[in-house]
Every structure is written in C-alpha cells, then in structure tokens.
Design a binder for this molecule. Structure first.
Ligand code: NAD
Ligand code: DAU
Length: 352
C-alpha cells in the first residue's frame, strides 16, 4: 500500500510503546506502523492483540543491538521515520546489571542513528524521535522543577545510559543534520506495565497479600502521568514538534511514595471488599535503593505553550482504572511474571 509515512516504533510491545503503537495505528490509517521489538521480559505482543490484524500494522522481531536486524527492517518496510522507545527501563535492574543498559540504551540507540543516517539520503521528510526520561536531569530537593534547560546530572546506570543516548541523538543532529526530536518524561502508570515498577508491583502484592517493600522512608517524590496522556504527547510531538528541539512531558502530579501507597492501599481495600486499613498493614520499610534520587518534578509548560498539549487524566480516576485493568487481567500478570510469553515467542520466532 501507498503509505504517507512508514514509521519504525522500537519497543512497541512494551508498556508505553504498546499504547503509542495502538494510538498511531488507530488514528493514522495513512501511516504504516512497524513495531520493532526483540521481546525481552518486558515486551509482550498480547498488549496489541486488538490491533494486530490492522492493514497499517506490522511486527518485526528485531534487536536494536544487531545492526543487521535494523537494516533488514529498513529494507523490508522502507522506513521513513523512527519513534524510538526500546530500552532497558528499570532502575533497580540497572543497579544489578549496568552493562545490559549500556548495551541496549547506548549502543542500540547509536545503531539506530547510524541506520537512519545512512538510509535517509533522499529529499523526503524524515524524523528520528527519541523518547527519554526526566531522570537525566538528576535529583531535586523539595523545591524547583526540571526545565528543558536544566543541566544533565544522571545518577543511576539507567539514567546515565539514557543521558548518553540523548547526547548521541543531539550529536547526530548537530554534526550530520539528522532531523531529531527528543522528549523527557516523568513516571508513567497505567495498563500493561510490568509488575516490577512501583504501582503494578504493589497492586499485584496486595492481591496476593504479600509485603509492600517501601524503599527507605518512602519520602521520595515522583510526578505521575497516565500512560495514554504520554502516548498523546508523543503523537503531538512526532507530528508537530520542531526538529532539534527537546520537550519535557509531565503530569503536574507529585506524590511522595508513601502517600501514593496509602492512596493505593485504600482504593484496593474498597475494590477487594477488605476492611479499611487491611492493605496498608502489608507496608514493609526496606533498605533504600542505592543512589535513590529524592525528587523528580517536571515543568512541561513549553509543550503546552508551543504545541498545546497538557495532561488530561486526573490521578484518582487514572489510578482507579489502572487498578481495574490489573484486577481484570490476572492471566496477563501471571504470564509476564512466569515468563511463559517468552517461552511462546521463542517457539514462534526462535531464541534470541
Ligand atoms: P518497557 O521496559 O516496558 O518496554 C521496553 C520495550 O523495549 C520492550 O517491549 C522490550 O522488549 C523492548 N526492547 C528492549 N531491548 C530491546 C532491544 N535490544 N531491541 C528491541 N527491543 C528491545 O519500557 P517502558 O516503560 O515502556 O519505556 C519505554 C521508553 O520510555 C524507554 O525508552 C524509557 O526509558 C522511556 N520512559 C519510560 C518511563 C516510564 O515511566 N516507564 C518514563 C519516561 C521515559
Ligand atoms: O521518571 C521516569 C522514570 O520513572 C522512567 O524513566 C523509568 O523507566 C521508570 O521505571 C520510572 O523510574 P522510577 O525508579 O521512578 O520508578 P519505580 O516504579 O521503579 O519507582 C518509583 C518510586 O518507588 C521510586 O522512588 C522507588 C520507589 N519504590 C519502587 C519499587 C519498585 C519502592 O519504594 N519500592 C519498590 O518496590
């Protein structure tokens, strides 16, 4: 078919990627959306069963660490644009295995940049959109916000690997004129998030009456954004963002971990018809995360001023619908935790 744009979405089977893929497939029938994903523990095609038969969707099992996989995807689908989300994304895992993060997040991004540069030599319009994190800016005290001008100060192997990839992306713009755009977003929550991250882990533990491991005193602060709001921001920036620019994305929604956990416990008590205070009894204070950043808070006024985007989901409703989704999809949780999807994908696509 004659598609207007042919977009490689890396990491499209993951948490945020699956929402981006669904949104782009449904809202842009004139764009081909190629989901390029190697399907690590965090990638799951089950997230996309509702759109997998659409004429403008294709899946390509590929590894951003393998240049030949990227070349094959470019050749097979004549890729015109990239929305790059594939990454190792969990801070605790980066403390256990930093090199895996350097490999995927730094080398993988460099491979994609190289492929884009060498394939896009025509006069057509192209775009390399790199999806990044607010963690590159470091950690705030009680006051202030990250703006697009905040100097980089990454402090975990995860955030350092994402900062390196941001620098590489900008360097390909400044040196080679690659048409790039970058966004840096705060903590996402919502359906399809792997139950290692705070909210889905705690929902799953409450259901099973397991301890809720709160790091340190639970005073660290995060700014939470509903994942579909993030997917909308990504669409807006992809379509209308200015080449070479960076946009912060956030939820204007700061919570200390312990207040958020109390709120979650109270909603879970109601949903599971447990006595008030029952779930909170599972809270267990544990040793703090090494190098734990104290506070992230995003100033996303540039995105609102220049492109008209702002978050629309209020937190109480977003949290309630997230809880709903996890309670209605126990098999999804069981399968991702047991790794049974991985076994299925190896049988279908071979071991990677
Ligand atoms: P995720 O861990 O849920 O998904 C990552 C996806 O990338 C998975 O589908 C995985 O299979 C795929 N992947 C990993 N390594 C790959 C490789 N070598 N080749 C191809 N595919 C590979 O991650 P997420 O939470 O959806 O995050 C997506 C992106 O958004 C990441 O770049 C992350 O840094 C960024 N981000 C995440 C958040 C958040 O709160 N989760 C916030 C801001 C930015
Ligand atoms: O800010 C954006 C980042 O948000 C993204 O770039 C990352 O990919 C994403 O994982 C997320 O990072 P965090 O480290 O903030 O998210 P996490 O859900 O792991 O933790 C949120 C907070 O909760 C953090 O302060 C650590 C704390 N925590 C987390 C877990 C998993 C606990 O207290 N106990 C836990 O068991």
């Amino acid at each position: 078919m004659n598609f207007k744009r042919r977009i490689l979405v890396t990491g499209g089977a993951g948490f945020i990627g699956s929402h981006v893929v669904r949104r782009m497939v449904q809202r842009h029938p004139d764009f081909l959306i190629v989901n390029f994903d190697v399907l690590t523990y965090a990638g799951n095609l089950e997230n996309l069963v509702d759109i997998e038969k659409e004429a403008n969707y294709a899946f390509f099992r590929g590894d951003i660490c393998e240049p030949s996989d990227i070349e094959k995807a470019f050749a097979e689908h004549q890729i015109t644009d990239i929305i790059h989300l594939a990454a190792e994304s969990h801070v605790d895992r980066s403390i256990l295995d930093p090199l895996a993060f350097v490999r995927t997040n730094v080398m993988g991004t460099a491979n994609l940049l190289h492929a884009a540069r060498s394939n896009w030599k025509d006069d057509q319009e192209h775009r390399f959109y790199h999806v990044s994190t607010d963690e590159v800016y470091g950690s705030l005290g009680h006051e202030g916000f990250f703006t697009e001008e905040t100097p980089y100060d990454p402090r975990s192997p995860y955030s350092a690997s994402k900062a390196s990839s941001d620098h590489l992306v900008r360097s390909f713009h400044h040196t080679f004129g690659l048409p790039v755009v970058i966004s840096n977003c705060s903590n996402n929550y919502g359906p399809n998030q792997f139950p290692e991250k705070l909210i889905p882990l705690f929902i799953s533990n409450i259901v099973e009456s397991k301890p809720l491991p709160v790091y340190g005193k639970g005073e660290n602060v995060r700014d939470w954004l509903y994942v579909e709001d993030h997917a909308e921001a990504i669409e807006v920036i992809f379509l209308n963002g200015t080449v070479g620019e960076t946009y912060n994305i956030g939820g204007n929604n700061e919570w200390s971990n312990i207040s958020l956990i109390q709120e979650l416990c109270s909603q879970m008590d109601q949903r599971l018809s447990r006595e008030a205070g029952e779930s909170a009894k599972l809270i267990s204070y544990v040793t703090d995360r090494a190098g734990h950043d104290f506070r992230y808070a995003i100033d996303c006024s540039k995105l609102e001023r220049t492109l008209g985007w702002k978050p629309s989901m209020d937190f109480e409703t977003g949290l309630a619908s997230t809880i709903d989704w996890y309670l209605s999809n126990p098999t999804w949780i069981e399968n991702v935790k047991s790794g049974s999807y991985q076994q299925y994908y190896s049988e279908q696509y071979g071991n990677r």
